[in-house]
Design a protein around this ligand. Structure first.
Ligand code: ACO
Length: 155
């Protein structure tokens, strides 16, 4: 298993993984164009030459980043890979000097298991909603907001 930054050749696999989850209402869809433009935000998990998972770290502000588009192939879920991907993205945030990472998600228990805590949506700064205007549910978001503080025992 290899966890590494995404490359252009990964985009077709990332597109498929993300949009399968998007079709189930688990995350926003991403066009190829969006993936090309944001390729440097993405990390992938590769197993035997196949990209089986992906996720992105998007910087919002000097003290805040967001985990986005976290998607594993269905055959590879429940094996600890999602946690490893989140740990890699959180480590990337730490290396950048970011003190906090949040996510908006339906997978509350997964993020709690990864060391995040739930916070009320309204405690997040307005700037985080920029992407949300593309969501069909906006402004009636029904996801959970979770956050991890990297200076206070965050991994
Ligand atoms: C910000 C966002 O992108 S939100 C979108 C999240 N992505 C999706 O919903 C897409 C579909 N799901 C997936 O791709 C994956 O199942 C993920 C990314 C949610 C989780 O990855 P997995 O590899 O399946 O989880 P992993 O095996 O690492 O689980 C880590 C822990 O979380 C728990 N967990 C994982 N998924 C769930 C869940 N749906 N409900 C409850 N607990 C869960 C596991 O039991 C485990 O806990 P433990 O270590 O105490 O035993």
């Amino acid at each position: 298993m290899l966890i590494r930054k995404a490359r252009m050749a990964d985009v077709e696999s990332m597109h498929q993984l993300i949009n399968e989850c998007a079709a189930q209402g688990l995350m926003l869809a991403r066009s190829r164009s969006m993936l090309y433009e944001t390729i440097r935000e993405f990390t992938v998990i590769e197993i035997e030459g196949q990209v089986v998972g992906t996720g992105a770290l998007h910087v919002i502000w000097e003290d805040l980043a967001e985990i986005r588009a976290l998607a594993l192939a269905s055959d590879w879920r429940g094996k600890g890979l999602g946690r490893k991907l989140v740990e890699a993205l959180v480590e990337e945030a730490r290396e950048l000097g970011l003190p906090r990472v949040f996510a908006l998600t339906y997978q509350l228990d997964f993020f709690l298991a990864c060391g995040f805590r739930e916070v009320p949506m309204e405690t997040l700064p307005h700037k985080v909603w920029k992407e949300c205007i593309n969501c069909p549910k906006f402004p009636n978001c029904d996801e959970y907001a979770v956050i991890i503080e990297l200076n206070e025992g965050g991994r």
